[in-house]
Design a protein around this ligand. Structure first.
Ligand code: MN
Length: 501
């Protein structure tokens, strides 16, 4: 079984289901099954596909199709099914199966033979290699049933085809990960804030994860139960991993703050593990009994794969978790992010993204430094945090918005740029980017679409990944990219109002 390191991608399996019918006779059906197995073997050998693909016997009747869909639903490792019609599979046979199928669906529109054998082609070849019309019959039924699915077109050995299947597999794993997932909020939403809040009942219905609150005292109790020995061990790890500020070193004046921070991390980790949580949110407005706002603790929990967002923002915490599952094992990282401040030089306008403390080191360029500085809000002791820059390159910001009658997943592709200046007095992790298609259009589009100031910033996912995710959730997807213009975007948003009403 394939494994992705540091995974929440887990033990996901895709089922490969080939559709046919009894019309052709045993000889042809044997060839169909043989060819499907060759394809499955190739998909399993492909580095682009991070999960195992499981061959399923060819389905040839309404009953067989219904049964395989039922089994896929109840198999907890099955993250989705890939269908392919090597021959013709009359699609009325698919109605009952597709009606009950709850797993994500990828329709692979491929053909066993890449090339037409010009000199040898005869009617036997034509009868076997029929996906050009067999897949249309199947596709009609999925469309007729208004079911979202991914369609991947291309030869099964083609690099692009494998890349598409692999990307979708990551998304399907994230979707599976959300089903039954638990997220915890310590305290409520930041008072009066709108965009970070939303309908948790609707979210559980739509997305499959639950969000529940614990008073901060429940966490404080676990933090206080942490042993000094465990704290010392974690501090050793900090020393081995980061550049420690002088005041935090062994005889430094603020060593106690580092111990407090380590104790918070250990308590938080124990709380999340005991409760089987996949992510969390906290708020600086509710820290009773805590010495400092979790900075390095939140950062390191994110690096370990947990979802996180500040100020009670459970939607972004869940999204960060999902995007971490999608990106597991890929170069680059995914982090909670906030559009913080602007550089409005008309010749080179930029967004500076950051948060008070909590940016994930998975997006760090180089070794983070571990520092301590005053926070200015919250009225607690100075929090310890990791400080770093983020490398230049393609990236995106994603935001999950509750529109009242629907959820919208909004994505803006961006180009991160290397900082041209040192920021000696800015004691937080930060990144600079240019939004697509350009600064003014990108920002106006984001605000028109109701995007939050909180996002998940990704270095290794594409807008297509998130579109696939929105399709699995059956929610609205809006992208702001190089092709966006405001006139078309406004039309899309109006269309969404009608479609999702
Ligand atoms: Mn914030």
């Amino acid at each position: 079984m394939k494994q992705v390191t540091n995974t929440p991608l887990g033990e996901g399996v895709l089922w490969f289901v080939t559709g046919s019918q009894h019309l052709y006779g045993d000889e042809t059906l044997k060839q169909v099954a043989d060819h499907s197995q060759v394809i499955v073997k190739a998909l399993n050998a492909a580095a682009q596909i991070p999960v195992q693909v499981l061959f399923k016997p060819t389905v040839k009747s309404t009953e067989e199709i219904y049964t395989v869909c039922q089994e896929a639903n109840s198999d907890k490792n099955c993250i989705g099914i890939i269908t392919w019609m090597h021959t013709f599979s009359p699609a009325k046979m698919w109605i009952n199966g597709l009606k009950i199928l709850q797993k994500p669906l990828l329709h692979l529109h491929t053909q066993f033979n890449r090339d037409i054998p010009w000199g040898d082609i005869d009617m036997d070849f034509m009868n076997l290699n029929q996906s050009a019309h067999g897949d249309r019959e199947f596709g009609f039924m999925v469309t007729r049933m208004r079911r979202n699915r991914k369609i991947v077109v291309g030869h099964w050995q083609d690099e692009e085809t494998l890349q598409s299947i692999g990307g979708w597999a990551r998304v399907a794993a994230a979707w599976q990960d959300w089903q039954g997932a638990k997220f915890v909020r310590f305290g409520d939403n930041m008072r009066y804030v709108a965009v970070t809040d939303g309908d948790k009942v609707e979210a559980e219905y739509k997305f499959g994860f639950s969000v529940n609150t614990h008073g901060i005292g429940d966490l404080v109790k676990v933090i206080n139960a942490t042993t000094d020995e465990a704290v010392d061990k974690l501090i050793q790890e900090y020393e081995d991993t980061y550049k420690l500020a002088t005041t935090l070193t062994k005889d430094g004046a603020q060593r106690q703050s580092l111990k407090d921070a380590a104790r918070i991390e250990l308590g938080l980790k124990a709380f999340l593990q005991d409760g089987n949580y996949k992510g969390f949110s906290d708020t600086f407005e509710d820290l009773h009994g805590m010495s400092q706002l979790p900075g390095i603790a939140a950062q390191r929990m994110m690096a370990a794969g947990y979802g996180f967002a500040g100020e009670g923002d459970w939607k972004t915490a869940a999204l960060v978790r999902a995007m971490k599952v999608m990106g597991a094992g890929l170069k680059g990282g995914n982090s909670f992010m906030e559009d913080y401040t602007y550089h409005l030089d008309p010749a080179n306008p930029l967004v500076l993204g950051s948060h008070m403390l909590e940016i994930c080191e998975s997006i760090a360029d180089g070794k983070p430094s571990c520092e301590i500085h005053p926070l200015g809000i919250g009225g607690k002791a100075d929090p310890v945090r990791l400080v770093f820059n983020v490398a230049a390159g393609d990236a995106l910001n994603a935001s999950l918005v509750d529109m009242g009658n629907r959820f919208r997943l909004l994505v803006n592709t961006v180009e991160a740029v290397a900082p041209e200046h040192d920021l000696p007095k800015l004691p937080v992790a930060r990144v600079l980017w240019k939004p697509h298609p350009d600064f003014k259009t990108g920002l106006a589009a984001w605000i028109l679409a109701g995007g939050a100031h909180h996002t998940c910033y990704s270095q290794n996912l594409t807008a297509e990944n998130l579109e696939d995710f929105a399709d699995m959730a059956n929610i609205e997807f809006v992208v702001i990219d190089k092709k966006t213009n405001l006139y078309e975007l406004k039309k899309d948003l109006r269309l969404g109002e009608v479609y999702y009403r």
